[in-house]
Design a protein around this ligand. Structure first.
Ligand code: FAD
Length: 507
């Protein structure tokens, strides 16, 4: 019997681990190589993050987990999530009173889910550990790859305690290498030597830093929600026009918070961190009531101030031997909460394309006599198809993520944004046959290709604009407008209450 396909995954982050599971389920002989130590060991901090980072997982990530072919994986992961049904916008009214205003993500009440990135990653690694055809190699750094000869080289560290530990070089062979090694991908770098890959990267002028908002200290044990200082079912945003502060809930009652700020302002605060509480009081009202000033200052001083990269490239593959997925292929700014979701969707789509190119008659029998080993008759064809299918969608979500920064930090407060959201949600609920949905709900609650969503949303925008122009041009509208001008004040307050714009609460 022919040996099963050897699939080497580089990077054991969420995307690489899921890709390993998909390959293992298809009977491949899977080897996963990860630069860092096993994050399941106590004290191991994932690259570029602090102790823990909470992410929003939504339909695309969930769907990819659902199709991974493991009976309990999805449930065990979702059991440790917290649903977030909307944004909670925090601010100060003209009378200086604190307010919070909830904006649901979806007219049908669907939610995105806060998840601990390390928990998700650990669960995937546990599943891989239990599979006989998967080998995990931690402390292994890819240093070279020849995609024509299908050979790769790794630096293997014997010990992990200090960066000066000795390492040895190992050489391996592979049939297919899947690069899921993040934004600074070594696999991408080596594929570029073999394929005419176009590549473009951009750092936006914003840095980010993490803070912790602790649980309520005097919470009653009987009420599971009492431990949260602010609503656990929202992604909290303090919009600041050119910057913002956000908070995502964790199961223990705390929130992982992130400050996004232009680099110049970061530098000013770095010069004098004692001004941080005053800065927060001015721009993010109420935060210093939730996070003590000392904790704000120490987090700012101790946690890294990290850049945000957005990158696009094409194609994603070389011949039949190499492919990149996840952040390695399309790292994006985090403002649509889609980076990991899109990476997991890459895995689902990649394997569905590979499956399509399998010649069923060539399937091999595994140890139990089941047809489990799938050998693509033309893997090169499948990889080329994947690159062609995925490129427009990856580019579209990259662009949407950049645009959503403006939406999160300032548009959420604008009347135009809220009017469009209201109208699209109204159409979605009351005229479902028209198939109208907001862009956000299509991105977060469906598996529609991202590029189709952009086209559909642009179309909806044009229809709304022309309907509005048509309405204004009608004779009734002219009379109505004259009346509206006379009774502007009364009408405006009616319209505001219709759109929920006075939902802000003092307190
Ligand atoms: P990574 O998580 O970067 O994993 C790559 C792995 O490869 C790492 O373990 C690394 O050690 C390893 N590696 C690197 N080089 C080598 C090498 N040479 N040899 C071997 N191994 C190597 N996404 C969402 O979906 N929702 C969110 O809410 C969200 N919020 C975010 C908030 C912030 C502040 C940031 C920065 C990102 C956020 N993201 C979010 C994006 C998300 O974190 C990434 O898209 C996701 O982690 C990408 O997963 P990955 O497995 O492709 O890459």
């Amino acid at each position: 019997m022919e040996a099963p396909q050897k699939t080497v995954i580089v990077g054991a982050g969420p995307v690489g681990s899921l890709a390993a599971l998909y390959a293992a389920q298809r009977g491949h002989q899977v080897e996963v190589y990860e630069l860092r130590p096993d994050l399941r060991n106590p004290g191991i901090v994932p690259l570029n993050f602090t102790k823990s980072i909470n992410l929003a997982v939504s339909e695309r990530g969930i769907h990819a987990l659902r199709l991974a072919g493991h009976p309990t994986l999805l449930k065990s992961i979702m059991d440790a999530t917290i649903p977030m049904r909307g944004r909670m916008i925090h601010g100060r009214s003209p009378t200086r009173a604190l307010y919070e205003h909830s904006q649901d993500y979806d007219a049908k009440g669907r939610a995105i889910y806060a998840i601990d990135r390390s928990g998700l990653n650990s669960r995937l690694l546990d599943v891989l550990d239990s599979m006989p055809n998967v080998k995990l190699f931690f402390n292994h750094k890819l240093t070279g790859a020849d995609f024509n000869a299908c050979r790769a080289w790794f630096e293997a560290r014997d010990q992990v305690a200090s960066p000066n530990d000795r390492f040895r070089e190992i050489e391996i062979g592979f049939d297919l290498m899947i690069g899921a090694d993040g934004a600074h991908s070594a696999v991408r770098y080596h594929i570029m030597k073999f394929s005419r890959m176009d590549y473009q990267q951009e750092y936006i002028d914003t840095l980010w830093c993490e803070f912790q908002l602790g649980p309520r200290e005097t919470a009653s044990q009987d009420d599971p929600w009492a431990k949260f200082q602010i609503s656990p079912n929202h992604l909290h945003i303090w919009p600041g026009k050119d910057f913002m502060f956000i908070a995502i809930p964790s199961e223990d009652g705390s929130f992982t918070c992130t400050l996004f700020l232009p680099s110049r302002q970061f530098a000013e605060l770095e010069n004098d961190p004692c001004t941080l509480p005053a800065f927060f009081n001015q721009h993010f009202p109420g935060v210093t009531d939730l996070i003590p000033s000392e904790s704000l200052i120490s987090s700012f001083q101790e946690n890294p101030h990290l850049p945000l990269i957005s990158l696009r490239c094409r194609p994603y593959h070389h011949g039949s031997s190499g492919i990149i997925i996840g952040d390695a292929a399309h790292a994006m700014v985090p403002f649509y909460g889609q980076g990991m979701n899109a990476g997991m969707e890459d895995v689902r789509i990649l394997f569905s394309v590979l499956d399509k190119h399998v010649d069923v008659s060539e399937n091999h029998l595994n140890d139990k006599g089941n047809a489990a080993v799938m050998l693509p008759i033309s893997r090169a064809k499948a990889l080329a198809e994947y690159s062609a299918v995925r490129e427009p969608d990856a580019h579209a979500i990259n662009e949407l993520a950049l645009q959503n920064y403006v939406e999160m930090r300032s548009s959420v407060l604008s009347k135009r944004y809220r009017l469009r959201k209201f109208l699209e949600e109204y159409m979605s609920t009351n005229l479902p046959s028209l198939g109208w949905h907001t862009k956000y709900s299509r991105v977060s609650f469906s598996n529609e290709p991202y590029a189709d969503i952009v086209r559909q949303s642009d179309h909806q925008g044009r229809v709304l604009l022309w309907s509005f122009v048509g309405l204004l041009a009608s004779p009734f509208a002219v009379t109505g407008l004259a009346l509206a001008c006379r009774h502007r004040r009364t009408l405006m307050s009616g319209l505001y209450s219709l759109l929920g714009m006075n939902a802000a609460r003092s307190g």
